[in-house]
Design a protein around this ligand. Structure first.
Ligand code: GAL
Length: 444
């Protein structure tokens, strides 16, 4: 890896916050407490207190439904093959990017009822919350005994580490700055995928003239608007200045941030009218159904296209780095750790071993749309999109995602999500800059 993902190691007051609303930007309203269990191989209820001697492992994530569940199901199947005596409780809570799951997790962690293991992004989302609150066991011994320290990239290990201890293990690497487009629509209209903002607006005009929505957005869950904005921001100011936003080197009222907001505002003129009623899958579907030309989404959308909708890369859909971001890879990594005081520690360690194994990663990632976090994966198991992503991951500059928890503290991520949500409605650039500057006080 060429670039550096900056993860400040400063701790937060999250331990105290845990007692109130929980960390991770949890909404103040309690989230739905009904876990969706679409792929559970068990009908057993959630584990009862106190510590149980049953051979179970409860896996908590937000991977339910289209584009999300298939990879986890395959991983669970592999685990069950290898550990037929351990029952898996799939405690997934629906909602993209952890919209609901993070709040449920916060309340379980603060209530002394941690899941055996849970999905958490590498970077600040892990380190500023559960690690800062001393809720996680270090995995240093497992890294050594399993040889993970040799097959996972050091920069990724650093994103899961604090004060020399490593606290989770990554199942994947997703890329955030991807533009997907409907290949047939582009070919039929003689359009070339835009690589710059200028080209984007030219193509958007051409699509609009044909009655096709140029850009699909589904911001019913507000993180998707931030996801689009952070890609626009990266494409406007470049990786060095973007990374500088989280170290204090780039001020949030930098002219580049203003420019990005202006471009984003102009871009919003080309989105579908019903964006606020759609989630990310619904927005991706507009592209799949030739109703929209383009969509910016992490490459879990590629998993959705190929695994769930049976679309073919470079036939039905194409892809390119988002405008102005060629050579940069926006990193999102889903990781799992070992919370303290869980009920099924041994079984959980067995699950982590399968998740981190080459076989586990090569079963999960081709379905999920991500690439393996391990460096020794079997490349032949991956499609053209993912093979390209692997090359880019190994050679590009790396930047952390704000929308997916790596770049900055959950407090800041929550605030910027609000700022961008308001901006989508008002388009008030001055106000957004003022709000971003104020929110930046939360960056750790
Ligand atoms: C991200 C996560 C991905 C995918 C996506 C949509 O935060 O890292 O694995 O699940 O949300 O829900």
């Amino acid at each position: 890896m060429k670039g550096t993902v900056k993860v400040s190691l400063a701790t937060t007051l999250c331990a105290a916050l845990l007692l109130a609303a929980g960390c991770g930007g949890a909404p103040s309203q309690p989230a739905p407490s009904q876990p969706a269990t679409p792929s559970s191989n068990s009908t057993a209820p959630a584990p009862a207190e106190p510590a149980s001697s049953e051979k179970q492992v409860e896996i908590f994530s937000w991977w339910t439904g289209a584009g999300e569940a298939a990879g986890l199901e395959a991983l669970i199947e592999l685990f069950t093959e290898k550990n037929p005596d351990i029952e898996v409780i799939n405690a997934a809570v629906a909602g993209g990017a952890g919209t609901n799951a993070k709040a449920v997790l916060a309340s379980r962690m603060s209530g002394g009822n941690p899941p055996d293991t849970f999905q958490v992004h590498a970077g600040h989302e892990l380190l500023d919350t559960w690690v800062a609150a001393d809720k996680m066991e270090p995995l240093n011994d497992l890294y050594k005994s399993e040889g993970w320290d040799k097959v996972f990239p050091q920069q990724l290990i650093d994103m899961m580490s604090k004060n020399g201890n490593v606290y989770s293990i990554a199942v994947n690497i997703h890329r955030g700055n991807v533009m997907f487009y409907n290949k047939k629509v582009f070919d039929e209209n003689n359009l070339t995928p835009p690589t710059t903002f200028e080209e984007f607006f030219t193509v958007a005009e051409a699509l609009q003239a044909k009655g096709i929505t140029p850009l699909a957005l589904g911001d019913k869950e507000p993180w998707t608007a931030l996801h689009l904005f952070e890609s626009v921001l990266l494409g406007t100011i470049g990786p060095d200045k973007y990374n500088g936003l989280f170290t204090g080197q780039t001020p949030w009222d930098d002219p580049g941030v203003r420019q990005a907001l202006e471009t984003f505002k102009q871009m919003l003129q080309y989105i579908n009218d019903d964006h606020a009623a759609r989630n990310w899958q619904d927005a991706s579907q507009l592209v799949a159904q030739s109703k929209a030309g383009m969509n910016v989404m992490g490459d879990w959308a590629k998993g959705y296209f190929t695994t769930d909708l049976n679309l073919k890369g470079n036939v039905d859909f194409g892809w390119a780095p988002t405008w102005g971001t060629e050579g940069t890879f926006m990193v999102i990594s889903d990781t799992f750790g070992l919370p303290k005081e869980i009920q099924h520690r041994d079984a959980t360690i067995e699950f982590l071993k399968v998740l981190a194994s080459k076989e586990g990663q090569d079963v999960f990632n081709p379905l999920k749309g991500s690439i393996p976090a391990r460096t020794d994966a079997d490349v032949s198991k991956y499609d053209e999109y993912s093979q390209e992503a692997m090359q880019d991951w190994a050679s590009n500059d790396l930047t952390p995602s704000i929308a997916h928890g790596s770049a900055a503290s959950p407090g800041f991520s929550e605030k910027i999500t609000q700022v961008i949500t308001v901006f989508v409605t008002t388009g008030d650039v001055d106000q957004a800059i003022a709000d971003l500057v104020e929110a930046s006080a939360e960056i750790q």
